[in-house]
Unconditional design. Structure first.
Length: 406
C-alpha cells in the first residue's frame, strides 16, 4: 500500500493504537517507561526508545559559563552577579539563573527545585503568555519529556532551505552518534534509519511510494524476524533471510527456540528457468500446475544384494545399474506415506529382481508387495512403480521391458 504524505512528528502520551495514524507517520509518545519514537509502516507501529541526551545543552551551558568568566575579568561596566531572577510578567513567581558548581542552573526563586525549560515553536506572545510551545521537563535523572498544553503537538526539525543539508534526528551514547533517522537533502522522498554517523549508508529505507528496503553490511545476511505469541515457545519465531550466498530462506525455530532451521530455500540462477525451490519436508497442495519440466530426486544403486534396507528417503527415482552384476532388492527404509517410487533398470546386462514380502536378514525394513505375489525379475530395460503407505511398498505395475522374467 502506498505511503501517504507524512504528517510530521507528533507528540502524545501512551502507546498509539493500531488504527491510529497512517503509514509514514511518526509520533513521540511519553509513558511511565520513558520516551519512545513510533514509526508506522505496513499498518503497524514500530518503536525506538529515545534517550534524550542533554549533553548538547550542557555543552552550551559550559560555553556560557566560560563566557561569563571571561566577561567577569573585564573592567568597568561588566556586572558580576551570583543569581539572576526572571520574574513572570504580571505575576509573582520567578525563575533563578545561577552558577551551580560550575554549571548554569535554572532553579526556582527559592532554590528549592529545578525549573522547567520552555522551548518555544513559532507562535505569538500576547500579554506575556506564550500561546504555542513545548515544555522540556526532567522527570528523573535519566528521563526528560516534551509536553504541550495542546492535544495537537508537533516536534519539528526544520532546515531553512529545501534540498540543502540533511535533516536528521540522532540518538547518541557517550557523545557519539549511534542511530540516525531522517532524510537526505537531495532525496526527501525517502526516510532513512542508519546505525552509522550519517544517513549515507542506511540499514532501513522507507520511500513515499511504499517501498521498504533492508540493507545488511558487507558479508552479512539481511533478516526479517516475525515473532508470534510473545516469542515464549519454540516455533513462535519465523525468519525471512537474504543470505550471502544469494539464496532466500524461510525458517522457523520449532526444533530449538531462538535457532531457526530452513524450511524453504529459493535458489536463483541467471537463467530464470534454471532456478529452483527446495522444501526439505513434504509439500502439500490441493492443485499443482507445472508449466515446464518436472524434475525428481534420483538415487543411484548397484549393490548385488540381496539388500533389504535400500534407503529411499526423499527419493522419487531409483536408478539401478546392472552393467557389472545382478541386483536383488528385498525392502526399503525411509519411505513415507504417499511417496511414489519409480525403479528403473538402466542397463540390459544382468538381472534386476524385486523380492515379494521378503523378511529382512536383520533389523526391520519396509517390505515390498508386488502384483504377481512372487519375486519378479527384469532381464532387459524396464522397471516398476511403487507406492508407500508409510510401513510397506506396493507395486502399481508388473515389470516392464522387452525381456521380463519371473
Amino acid at each position: 500500500m502506498a505511503i501517504k504524505q507524512s504528517r510530521g512528528i507528533t507528540i502524545g502520551k501512551g502507546t498509539p493504537q493500531r488504527l491510529e495514524g497512517q503509514n509514514g507517520d511518526m509520533t513521540i509518545r511519553s509513558s511511565r517507561k520513558g520516551l519512545k519514537l513510533y514509526v508506522k509502516e505496513s499498518n503497524k507501529w514500530h518503536s525506538l526508545d529515545l534517550g534524550i541526551d542533554l549533553r548538547q545543552i550542557a555543552s552550551t551551558v559550559r560555553k556560557l559559563e566560560d563566557e561569563v568568566k571571561r566577561l567577569s575579568t573585564k573592567t568597568n561596566n561588566t556586572p558580576v552577579v551570583d543569581k539572576i531572577l526572571l520574574r513572570e510578567s504580571g505575576g509573582t513567581s520567578a525563575v533563578a539563573v545561577q552558577n551551580k558548581k560550575g554549571a548554569v542552573s535554572f532553579r526556582s526563586s527559592t532554590d528549592g527545585a529545578d525549573a522547567p525549560v520552555d522551548i518555544a515553536k513559532t507562535g505569538t506572545v500576547s500579554g506575556g503568555v506564550l500561546t504555542e510551545g513545548l515544555t522540556l521537563a526532567s522527570t528523573s535523572t535519566s528521563f526528560s519529556r516534551f509536553s504541550s498544553t495542546s492535544n495537537d503537538a508537533v516536534l519539528g526539525l526544520n532546515g531553512t532551505t529545501v534540498g540543502v543539508g540533511d535533516i536528521s534526528f540522532s540518538l547518541m551514547g557517550a557523545a557519539a552518534k549511534k542511530w540516525n533517522l531522517g532524510f537526505i537533502a537531495n532525496d526527501t522522498s525517502k526516510f532513512y534509519i542508519s546505525s552509522g554517523t550519517s544517513l549515507a549508508d542506511p540499514e532501513i529505507t522507507i520511500s513515499n511510494t511504499g517501498d521498504l528496503t533492508l540493507k545488511a553490511p558487507n558479508d552479512s545476511s539481511a533478516k526479517i524476524l516475525l515473532q508470534s505469541d510473545n516469542s515464549d515457545d519454540a516455533g513462535d519465531d519465523w525468519t525471512i533471510t537474504a543470505n550471502t550466498n544469494q539464496r532466500l530462506t524461510i525458517g522457523n525455530d520449532i526444533a530449538s527456540a531462538g535457532t531457526p532451521a530452513s524450511f524453504l530455500t529459493i535458489i536463483p540462477h541467471a537463467t530464470a528457468s534454471s532456478s529452483s525451490v527446495s522444501v526439505p519436508g513434504s509439500f502439500s497442495t490441493t492443485g499443482l500446475d507445472v508449466d515446464g519440466t518436472a524434475k525428481y530426486k534420483h538415487t543411484a544403486f548397484s549393490t548385488v544384494g540381496p539388500t533389504d534396507n535400500v534407503d529411499v528417503s526423499d527419493t522419487t527415482v531409483l536408478e539401478v545399474d546392472t552393467s557389472s552384476n545382478n541386483v536383488t532388492i528385498g525392502g526399503f527404509t525411509g519411505g513415507v506415506q504417499g511417496q511414489i517410487l519409480y525403479i528403473i533398470k538402466t542397463d540390459t546386462a544382468n538381472r534386476l529382481k524385486l523380492e515379494h514380502e521378503e523378511t529382512p536378514f536383520s533389523g526391520t525394513s519396509q517390505k515390498i508387495y508386488v502384483t504377481s505375489g512372487a519375486d519378479e525379475t527384469i532381464l532387459g530395460y524396464g522397471g516398476w512403480t511403487l507406492y508407500c503407505n508409510g510401513t510397506a511398498w506396493f507395486s502399481l505395475s508388473n515389470p516392464t521391458g522387452a525381456a521380463d522374467g519371473g
